[in-house]
Design a protein around this ligand. Structure first.
Ligand code: NDP
Ligand code: HSE
Length: 441
């Protein structure tokens, strides 16, 4: 007996799109058995110049290069967008939603900038948007945040959210690779964005953090509001000094819920951070992503998996298609108040109020009294030191002087550093890197 079918249209057949085409074909029978419905790839929209080895598995009758032919296709209620970026792609997504199509996308850049509008448009037309692949590749993190942890108020999240950066950091620290070579490898393996400055500059992590924070804390978060530092300005000497102190360097997206006098504010940041090497998050290497999420009832939970690449990302995309075809996801989307179009803008913590531990590196003159003067200036601002490293050198030279602090107010630290860097025994800008102390789990 033949099963009823659900038509799927795909826009973009690059790294992830070709992975989706392969999964839909290779596991077709398994999906049909699980759903009781057959998924049919009706149309795949590509640009003429993109008909290449990645489109080899697309049935000839499904391949189109004309958007009008794509949107004129009947019986295609699911639109999978894997073109990336905004502009024309945003128009395609809006057009599909306005036709009542359920959209599945991995496009975090689009959702971080236009999410609330797109979710509202979907709701207006009885459609839904699945976006599991937009954060942490193959890890079912959106499902965990929206449904698995629904009973909790989320207190904090610390995530390695960019596979390219984690791959580069691992190649450089564990295998001695050069930055440029490691980035080129990440690109060749299909991890990097079309514009890799989004990866190494931290923008991609900020997109994901904005999406995750809006779901975790029930508010609207724009990536533009997140202070963002990438790995492209890192100095390897800091990675080495951190290692001496027992830390691994990771690019983190972090979100902390700060409750004070009955007001709640979010501390959000994307930055290279030190994590003690015994923490599980510190041990996550290569293209893997990992996220520690703290809920008030559950305590610490951790999610680890491949955060980028063809197959892991296709896994998340196809799971969204299946959940839509099964019918439960569109129902949840229409009934629950979990998505950012239904929320108020987030109240963000003034970064100067942020309380944290820090790693500091000064380029300081090696002469009597310098270390004491720095420690005194920090102490006067209420910043207490927990560790110091200075390697031996010939007296009278500028040398790296590394200090770690106990928990301190970021604003007080900044004030002290502004004073210290005016002194004649300091050269250049001090380096400041956050040291992560995980909340009790
Ligand atoms: P690719 O660049 O490999 O593939 C995108 C494809 O879509 C390209 O062939 C591109 O063509 C095509 N395309 C873009 N715009 C259009 C258009 N208007 N009409 C038709 N085709 C179009 O990117 P990925 O597969 O790596 O990424 C796709 C999406 O998935 C992005 O949003 C990305 O951020 C996201 N993502 C990627 C992951 C990964 O590991 N690669 C992981 C998680 C999410 P052309 O090259 O000619 O522009
Ligand atoms: N460029 C992204 C990364 C793809 O490296 O993590 C997955 O979102």
């Amino acid at each position: 007996m033949s099963l009823p079918s659900i038509g799927v249209g795909l826009i973009g057949c690059g790294t992830v799109g070709s992975g989706v085409v392969e999964l839909l074909q290779d596991l077709r029978e398994l999906y049909a058995r699980r759903l009781g419905v057959e998924l049919q790839l009706r149309r795949v929209l590509v640009r003429p110049q993109d008909v290449n080895y990645k489109t080899e598995r697309v049935p000839a009758e499904a391949l189109v290069t004309d958007p009008e032919a794509f949107f004129a296709t009947e019986d295609m209620p699911v639109l999978v967008e894997l073109g990336g970026g905004r502009g024309a792609i945003s128009e395609f997504v809006r057009r599909g939603l306005a036709m009542g199509k359920h959209v599945v996308t991995a496009n975090k850049a689009l959702l971080a900038a236009e999410g609330p509008e797109l979710f509202a448009l979907a709701r207006e037309h009885n459609a839904s948007i699945g976006f599991e692949a937009s954060c942490a590749g193959g890890i079912p993190l959106i499902t965990a945040l929206n449904f698995g942890l629904m009973a909790n108020r989320i207190q904090a999240m610390y995530g390695i959210l960019n596979g390219t950066c984690n791959y580069i950091l691992t190649q450089m620290t564990a295998h001695g690779a050069q930055y440029g070579d490691a980035l080129a490898e990440a690109q060749a393996r299909g991890f990097a964005e079309a514009d890799p400055t989004l990866d190494v500059g931290g923008g991609d992590t900020a997109h994901k953090l904005a999406i995750m924070a809006s779901l975790a804390f029930g508010c609207q978060v724009s990536d533009k509001a997140i202070p963002c530092t990438g790995i492209n300005t890192l100095d390897l000497s800091d990675v080495r000094f951190g290692a001496e102190l027992g830390y691994e360097m990771k690019l983190l997206g972090l979100a902390e819920r700060i409750e004070d006098d009955n007001a709640v504010a979010l501390n959000l940041a994307v930055q290279p951070c030190f994590i003690h090497r015994e923490e599980p998050l510190a041990q996550v290497s290569g293209s893997f992503n990992a996220i520690s999420i703290f809920g008030d009832a559950v305590g610490q939970t951790m999610y680890v998996g491949r955060g980028a690449g063809k197959e892991p990302t296709a896994s998340a995309v196809v799971s969204d298609i299946l959940n839509i075809a099964a019918g439960w996801y569109p129902k949840a989307f229409s009934q629950l108040k979990l998505w950012p179009d239904q929320q108020a803008p987030a109240r963000l913590l003034d970064p100067r109020e942020n309380q944290a531990r820090f790693y500091l590196r000064f380029n300081a003159l090696d002469r009597p009294g310098v270390m004491a003067a720095i420690a005194t200036a920090l102490g006067d601002a209420g910043v207490s030191l927990s560790g110091i490293i200075q390697h031996e050198s010939r007296a009278g030279e500028f040398v790296p002087l590394v200090m770690t602090t106990h928990e301190a107010k970021q604003g007080s630290l900044e004030d002290a550093l502004n004073q210290i860097k005016q002194r004649d025994f300091i050269e250049g800008e001090p380096v400041v890197i956050r040291v992560i102390e995980m909340p009790p789990g």
